[in-house]
Write a protein that binds this ligand. Structure first.
Ligand SMILES: NC(=O)c1ccc[n+]([C@@H]2O[C@H](COP(=O)([O-])OP(=O)(O)OC[C@H]3O[C@@H](n4cnc5c(N)ncnc54)[C@H](OP(=O)(O)O)[C@@H]3O)[C@@H](O)[C@H]2O)c1
Length: 268
């Protein structure tokens, strides 16, 4: 197979033996990949270690071979997935992936479009429905703030929160293009994160949020989120902190605070 490897120093095109799937692995002939920020994070982990790795995890393709205990896929199925960062990735002609983290590619989108979906969509879905535990049946009309609404995860989260759960979605964005992009995806309102968020909320006549999804600096937004979350509301942030924070300020609101998601693991 052809692979584009990172050798800890530079990228190289190489020929490698095509791997043979065993167990629940499937061998996918890659048709399209997308590039995600996680690729650069893994590249940094490999840098200077002397190891080499195939980067890239979002992909779509066609199943070429299946392991002996695969249950859900057969040869020629069209699939898409975010893969597993602990294994070799998708910058290659072929990739092994565990069938338990693979989905059938939707028929109404192309391979390129479907390769752009998995990681951002899983992150948005998991944040909204697993961490924040938003219920499509019970939470219609509740208010969600997405900090960083026009980014990869935010742009999918706006659509899911609106179309699946019927929430009132307010997103933050700072540029005219990103503000109108958020509105076109279904955001009911946009706050400019380059301005004072409380003042921006006053303009929209919103005094608090039942849910907040933070996709930008938790350090910067921690105190503001504690202030604008509704009593017993829920906050989920995907962004690691670099500073210590006083969690006592959340006590006043009796709110929930979740950090992070699991997306890269196969849960068995
Ligand atoms: N991408 C993924 O698949 C993925 C998966 C799991 C976890 N995560 C994590 O989720 C977080 C968001 O990732 P992402 O890829 O969605 O981000 P991204 O696409 O890089 O986000 C870009 C957006 O950030 C906004 N932004 C810039 N400065 C901001 C500020 N001061 N306050 C609020 N928003 C600001 C920008 O809005 P304007 O241009 O309008 O200013 C821009 O639309 C990261 O911590 C990432 O590690 C991402």
């Amino acid at each position: 197979m052809k692979a584009f490897i990172y050798n800890g120093n530079e990228f190289q095109h190489v020929e490698r033996e095509t791997p043979v799937p065993t167990g629940r692995d499937i061998l996918v002939k890659i048709k399209a990949i997308s590039i995600n920020p996680v690729d650069t994070k893994v590249r940094k982990m490999v840098e200077g270690t002397g190891e080499s790795k195939i980067l890239g995890w979002d992909a779509s393709g066609i199943v070429e071979e299946v392991g002996e205990t695969v249950e859900n896929f057969k040869v020629d199925d069209e699939v898409f997935y975010a893969g597993d960062i602990t294994r070799d990735g998708s910058y290659a002609s072929h990739q092994l992936v565990d069938e338990r983290i693979v989905g059938i590619k939707p028929k109404n989108i192309t391979f390129e479009e479907s390769a752009a979906m998995p990681l951002t969509s899983i992150a948005a879905w998991e944040s909204l429905f697993d961490r924040l535990q938003i219920s499509a049946e019970k939470d219609k009309g509740k208010r969600l703030l997405i900090i960083g609404g026009a980014g990869g995860v935010g742009s999918i989260a706006i659509q899911l929160a609106k179309r699946v759960a019927g929430l009132v979605v307010i997103a933050t964005a700072s540029r005219e293009e990103s503000k109108s992009w958020c509105r076109s995806l279904g955001a009911d309102g946009v706050l400019d994160h380059k301005k004072d968020l409380k003042e921006e909320m006053d303009l929209l006549k919103v005094d608090n949020f039942d849910y907040i999804l933070c996709l930008n600096s938790t350090d910067y937004y921690f105190n503001t989120m504690a202030e604008i979350i509704a009593p017993q509301g829920k906050i989920c942030s995907l962004v690691s902190t670099e500073k210590e924070h006083n969690i006592d300020i959340l006590k006043k609101k009796k709110c929930y605070f979740f950090m992070g998601i699991y997306v890269h693991k196969v849960h068995v």
